[in-house]
Design a protein around this ligand. Structure first.
Ligand SMILES: Nc1ncnc2c1ncn2[C@@H]1O[C@H](COP(=O)(O)OP(=O)(O)O)[C@@H](O)[C@H]1O
Ligand SMILES: [Mg+2]
Length: 299
């Protein structure tokens, strides 16, 4: 049993950055030690309390997918044991929750694929009949399955900011048309392959976000985390119905609780600091992450 980790402190390696969830350390000039902490963000604000077990579960799920989808596109894992690049005293912070990866040049876009209408996509569709410039048939409902998965890129926001949806044309201007085409094709293939598998395990992947980088040869490489409850919207098949908001395997408990939480008698304004999460919300959220993992990978 390892203790929950809110912030890692590895002194033997230079800290590159702390993201919302992961702490990245440089390993030489060409690799990164990515430690998935137990931090949880909701509404793009990081909560003050860890979700015990979350970092390890995310890492386990991502490793599973990298292996399963490796035939579609190269990924950033080096295959080396992360424990070997830290001191013995630091291994507890790394074991089971870290990845040792190639340091890539990140593309400044997020590759979002949607197979179902949900969240901001559903909102946009109701207003315009489109999602990120992709025209959709009339008559779709909340949570409808789309005729084909669609690619709806976003810019990668700075910490504390929200990602912004962009059109495919805009993405092509930012990274170049040829690369944009390739990112779109690969992302849709990854989504299709993963969604088929997940469905066989009782999970609908409504949408997901991939991140890519270029290696030293300019090869497009899948990076970050993939197809986890943090980067995807997972719905249990048995709770699914068109025209409803299906329950999801992620932060729904936290979001619902935050929506009704008050700070000094007023609704929380969604700016840091977040109100402290009650133990019950933490435990229920941890259980959801465990359930997603168990369904996908087997108990
Ligand atoms: N192989 C890689 N090379 C360089 N950067 C990477 C690689 N894999 C992931 N990253 C970056 O590491 C960070 C992961 O930390 P995370 O907590 O997920 O950050 P964020 O708050 O941006 O989601 C992200 O900024 C991601 O783009
Ligand atoms: Mg991230």
């Amino acid at each position: 049993m390892t203790v929950a980790l809110l912030h890692s402190s590895i002194h033997s390696l230079p800290l590159l950055a702390r993201g919302k969830v992961r702490d990245n350390y440089a390993v030489g000039s060409d690799r990164i030690l990515m430690i998935a902490t137990d931090r949880l963000s909701a509404f793009d604000v990081v909560m003050g309390e860890p979700i015990p077990g979350k970092g390890a579960l995310l890492t386990e799920v991502a490793l599973f997918w990298f292996d399963k989808l490796g035939h579609i596109v190269p990924h950033h894992l080096t295959g080396e044991d992360p424990q070997q690049v830290v001191t013995e005293a630091e291994r507890d912070q790394v074991r089971g929750r870290a990845m040792l990866v190639k340091r890539l040049k990140p593309l400044p876009v997020e590759a979002v694929v949607r197979g179902y209408l949900a969240g901001s996509g559903w909102k946009e569709y109701q207003q315009s009949g489109e999602v990120c410039g992709v025209k959709l048939p009339a008559g779709l409902k909340n949570a409808s399955r789309l005729p084909e998965p669609i690619f709806t890129p976003a810019t990668k926001a700075e910490i504390g900011q929200h990602d912004e949806n962009i059109s495919f044309e805009r993405m092509s201007q930012i990274i170049g048309g040829e690369l944009a085409e390739r990112v779109r094709a690969v992302s849709i293939e990854l989504y299709r392959s993963a969604a088929d598998y997940a469905l066989s395990r009782g999970i609908i992947i409504a949408d997901t976000k991939f991140e890519f980088g270029l290696d030293e040869h300019g090869t497009l490489t899948l990076m970050d985390e993939v197809l986890t409850p943090d980067s995807s919207r997972f719905w249990p098949v048995e709770g699914y119905a068109e025209g409803t908001n299906p329950p999801s395997f992620d932060k729904q408990f936290v979001r619902d609780w935050l929506e009704q939480a008050t700070v000094d008698g007023r609704p929380w304004n969604k700016q840091p600091p977040a109100p402290a999460l009650p133990a019950e919300v933490i435990e229920k959220t941890a259980a959801k992450y465990r359930e997603a993992r168990d369904r996908l990978l087997g108990a």
